[in-house]
Design a protein around this ligand. Structure first.
Ligand SMILES: [Zn+2]
Ligand SMILES: [Zn+2]
Length: 411
């Protein structure tokens, strides 16, 4: 039996660590058997013991549309409630595009911010206060960190956790400056408060959808309160919009419209049973008219909005009938966007914005959807890349390259 422990792997340092660390670690990991791994109680960390800095590979934001794979300091246990996860599969969310495109420069630190908030991982180290997880557990985190105990968490507003300060994995300095999942390892603070076990019935490739896309879709469709005869429009048919569309189709027998500017996405929406319409700026007016013509000039009963942009929100308001509900699952980071209060007032619209989704509260539902095979989220996966290939794949995703819907990333 080897005497090397997982802790040794994380403190072991050599003069050439920066260049050979990963090869060395992989080599040692491959020699460890399950029986070599000491029980969790032996892998806790003495907070007063400084550890030598070691490095891992991670996607680092360098500036607008520029991400590089760099050696960055390995995450370590900082608080007793922390644990460290080794990434098995990560992904890139549509909301990451705000960062990637440089649209929110005040949220990120070029050369420092690592990206990604969707993950399937394996616990490799636990802090002394962690009780719900042990080394070897397969896990996925909701994109935001929550303690489970503060006033907001107890009220279900887990994304607004008062203890974490609304921290989001891999979302820049303004959201807690946490490392992202597009990396070999991730530090998970307040682990017992929000980390989720991934059951054996959910595959590695499906588990990253528990972090953001599928719970967000479930929440938005739920808050749309769709009745069986409601006409519904899904605005924005990216990965989360496509998952929402599948759920919407199960809630109404009436017409479902799907609006998106990308033809590939519309074609997929058609296959899911939607009446897909072009939301490109120069054709949006005609698409609005098509919806009005099909609904006696009234508009739809419910809109599920996943474009997450001002233009998408405007479109939702235009196609909503009087008394309609707009359930906004998209991420709006435009701080100033002109919207007509009159249009919303005059239609008596109900706005239910939940894009800063309390994903933790709906992960059980997302698990159930996958386990019961109601939804296979991996059906939206079009690209599988290694971490080294991620920068170019991110550009394709941002450019909405033909046939590109969702990527999975392995370190
Ligand atoms: Zn996301
Ligand atoms: Zn909390």
């Amino acid at each position: 039996m080897s005497t090397t422990t997982w802790r040794d792997l994380r403190s072991w340092s050599t003069p050439c660590w920066r260049c050979c660390a990963n090869a060395a670690r992989r080599s040692i990991e491959s020699t460890l058997t399950a029986s070599d791994k000491p029980p969790a109680s032996q892998r806790t960390v003495n907070q007063t013991t400084p550890t030598e800095e070691i490095y891992m590979r991670a996607a680092v934001y360098q500036g607008p549309r520029t991400v590089t794979i760099e050696n960055v300091p390995d995450p370590t246990i900082k608080e007793p409630a922390d644990l460290i996860v080794k990434t098995k599969v990560a992904s890139m969310c549509g909301s990451d595009l705000y960062l990637f495109n440089g649209e929110v420069a005040d949220l990120v630190a070029p050369g420092h911010t690592t990206l990604g908030h969707e993950i399937c991982g394996e616990v490799i180290e636990t802090g002394s206060a962690v009780t719900h997880f042990k080394v070897g557990d397969r896990v996925s985190f909701p994109y935001s960190v929550s303690c489970g105990r503060c006033e907001n968490c107890i009220a279900g507003q887990t994304a607004h956790c008062l203890v974490s300060g609304a921290a989001v994995y891999g979302f820049g300095t303004a959201f807690g400056d946490l490392g992202g999942s597009q990396a070999e390892y991730v530090r998970v603070p307040l682990a017992d408060g929000h980390l989720e076990h991934v059951p054996d019935t959910i595959a590695d490739e499906a588990a990253p959808f528990l972090s953001c896309n599928l719970p967000s879709a479930a929440i938005a469709v739920h808050t749309a309160a769709i009745e069986p005869t409601d006409t519904v429009a899904v605005v924005g048919c990216g990965p989360t919009g496509q998952l929402a569309l599948e759920l919407v189709r199960r809630r109404t027998g009436a017409t479902v419209f799907a609006l998106d500017p990308v033809s590939f996405r519309r074609e997929r929406a058609e296959k899911l049973g939607a009446n897909a319409l072009d939301a490109s700026p120069d054709t949006a007016d005609a698409s609005v008219q098509t919806i009005l013509d099909a609904t006696n000039g009234l508009g739809v009963h419910k809109v599920v909005e996943f474009a997450g942009r001002g233009a998408g929100f405007d479109l939702a308001v235009r196609i909503a009938r009087p008394g309609a509900t707009i359930s906004g699952g998209g991420v709006y980071l435009e701080r100033e966007h002109p919207a007509s209060l009159f249009d919303m007032f005059f239609k008596n619209l109900q706005l239910r914005l939940n894009g800063f989704a309390n994903v933790k509260t709906a992960q059980w539902q997302a698990k159930r959807l996958i386990e019961s095979k109601v939804i296979d989220p991996t059906a939206v996966v079009t690209h599988r890349v290694k971490l080294d290939e991620f920068p170019s794949a991110a550009t394709q995703f941002a450019d909405r390259a033909p046939g590109f819907l969702k990527m999975l990333i392995t370190p």
